[in-house]
Every structure is written in structure tokens, then in C-alpha cells.
Design a protein around this ligand. Structure first.
Ligand SMILES: NCc1[nH]cc(CCC(=O)O)c1CC(=O)O
Length: 302
């Protein structure tokens, strides 16, 4: 079995986590599950916001081509980076148990958002984080900061920015959780759809790989992601729409909260609801449709 992955430190950690889980489930040596690094368009673009370069699929396109060509059998992604629609013949077959979903604030100095002085420069490449920051702190300067986690941290350390926001899950995977000055509550800073989850994609018509993924997949994460991804699909959010969404399994129910904002954070529409876990996707569709109707048109790029 061959796993395709991007070559960033975060992507490699995720691929190796899937490799280890599969080797255990299949009762083979880890070396029998190969990890193959594939360079994606998203890895090559460093000078622009990805939303301007064509969006989400940029980190997955080359991996999906390798899957369709049969060069690899599985592709491992941060669930957050997986586009709403997948190419014909491919699907997300399972997820690893989800890590902490929250965003972390990394400051040059200070312990929380309130410690940033008016006019402080916060770097991010995420439209969602930009809108949420502007909503909470309209007095800050939010500017584009791209690159992998290490690059972004270095830019703060060097004083190019007063702070940045990163997923705690990514920091933790890289052994960097201690750089977080604060971890933001989901009630204040709702994460991106899929944040903290590792998704495993494969060919629909590949029984052996689907069975192997089923053996390692986390049920609750799959239910939560079904709700979150249906929410995103119903909103039909372009890459220029700041959207946040988080679902959690609570017993035999799934609870979903969603948020759509204007890029400047001035207007926002929120919705939340609960459904039996079997109806997770329907819940996502219903909340997404509801927000589509109530969200400020400007937020949806209409
Ligand atoms: N867009 C890049 C990306 N994709 C997934 C993660 C973090 C890990 C995760 O959310 O699972 C990150 C970095 C970040 O947003 O801090």
C-alpha cells in the first residue's frame, strides 16, 4: 500500500501517523506501507493568498492525480484543506481521531488578544481568521502571512508581525505547542471546517484500501466531518467567503455550529443545531441552507 502526501513537516507527520496506524491494523512492518512525497501547486505558491491563486484544491490536486493514476493508494490531507467537491472516483474514506480543534494565538509579547495594542500587526493567510480578528479587534492591522508553520513563527519572532494565529493541532504535531501565547475558545473563535482532523482519501473502487482505512477510522470524527462538510457544501462558499464550522458528537446526537462573515468581520450570521448522528449530513445541509438565506449577501460574495 502506498500513501501519497505533501512534503511539509506537518503533512509528513500526518502521513506517518496514518502509516503507523495502518501497519498496526494490517499487522505488517511500517516499511511495508510506503510514504511517497508529491509536490503540489500550493507548495510552490508563496507570494499570494491561496484564495487568489485558485483556492483549496491547490494542496490536493497533484495527490488526487496520483490516486487516479494508481501511483498511490491513499492520500493523507489536513481535512481543512480538502475541497468541497472531490474528483469523480475518489472519496474521503475515513479520518484519524481528531486533535484539538482550536486556534492558537502566537504573540511576540503578551498573553492574549487583549494584550495587543491598537494598530498591532497580525499576520494570517486565512480569510476566516482575518474576519474573526477584525470582528473582535477592528483596531488591529491584519496582513497577509503565508508559508509553513515554521516560516510563520519565524516572521513573528523576527518582529515582522506582532502576532499570528495557527491551529493548535498543527503546532502540537510539530512539537511546538508551547509557542502558543493563548488558545482561543471555540465560542470566541470558531475553527475552520475540518480543523484538527486528518482525512484519508482513496479510490471508491478499491475494496482492499477502503477496508484498511475503515479499520483505523475514527467514527465520531467521521460523523462530525459529515456534518461540517455538508454545511460547507450547502453554503457553496467560495474560497473568498470567510466560513467557520464545528460539529461534535454528544452521545447519540451531533451538534453543529456555523458562522459566515463578511471579510471585514462587520457582519456575521450564525446558526447551530442538533440532530441524531445518522442525520449528521442532513443537519449540515439544513444549517448551511439556513445561513445562506440569512447571511449578509456581501459575506457570500453575492
Ligand atoms: N491551511 C494550512 C493548514 N492545514 C492544516 C493546518 C493545521 C492542522 C489542522 O488543522 O489539522 C494548517 C496550518 C494552520 O492553519 O495553522
Amino acid at each position: 500500500m502506498r500513501i501519497g502526501t505533501r512534503g511539509s513537516p506537518l503533512a509528513l507527520w500526518q502521513a506517518h501517523a496514518v502509516q503507523a496506524a495502518l501497519a498496526t491494523a494490517l499487522n505488517v512492518a511500517p516499511a511495508e506501507v510506503a510514504v511517497e512525497v508529491i509536490r503540489t501547486t500550493g507548495d510552490q505558491i508563496q507570494d499570494r493568498a491561496l484564495s487568489e491563486a485558485g483556492g483549496k484544491g491547490l494542496f490536493t490536486k497533484e495527490l488526487e492525480e496520483a490516486l487516479l493514476d494508481g501511483r498511490v493508494d491513499l492520500a493523507v490531507h489536513s481535512a481543512k484543506d480538502v475541497a468541497t467537491y472531490l474528483p469523480e472516483g475518489l472519496h474521503l474514506a475515513g479520518y484519524l481521531p481528531r486533535a484539538d480543534v482550536r486556534d492558537a494565538l502566537i504573540l511576540k509579547s503578551g498573553a492574549g488578544l487583549a494584550d495587543l495594542p491598537a494598530g498591532a500587526r497580525v499576520g494570517t493567510a486565512s480569510l476566516r481568521r482575518e474576519a474573526q480578528l477584525r470582528r473582535l479587534r477592528p483596531d488591529l492591522k491584519v496582513e497577509l502571512l503565508r508559508g509553513n508553520v515554521h516560516t510563520r513563527l519565524a516572521r513573528v519572532k523576527d518582529g515582522d508581525f506582532d502576532g499570528t494565529l495557527l491551529a493548535l493541532a498543527g503546532l502540537t504535531r510539530l512539537g511546538l505547542a508551547e509557542v502558543a501565547s493563548a488558545v482561543l475558545a471555540t465560542s470566541e473563535f470558531l475553527p475552520a471546517v475540518g480543523q484538527g482532523a486528518v482525512a484519508i482519501e482513496c479510490r471508491v473502487q478499491d475494496p482492499a484500501t477502503n477496508a484498511a482505512i475503515a479499520a483505523i477510522a475514527c467514527r465520531d470524527t467521521g460523523i462530525a466531518l459529515a456534518a461540517e462538510r455538508a454545511f460547507l457544501t450547502a453554503l457553496d462558499g467560495s474560497c473568498r467567503t470567510p466560513i467557520a464550522g464545528l460539529a461534535r458528537v454528544e452521545g447519540d446526537q451531533v451538534r453543529l455550529s456555523g458562522l459566515v462573515m463578511t471579510p471585514d468581520g462587520a457582519d456575521a450570521a450564525e446558526a447551530s443545531g442538533t440532530a441524531p448522528i445518522a442525520d449528521a449530513a442532513a443537519l449540515g445541509t439544513a444549517l448551511g441552507t439556513q445561513l445562506r438565506a440569512s447571511a449578509p449577501a456581501r459575506a457570500l460574495g453575492l
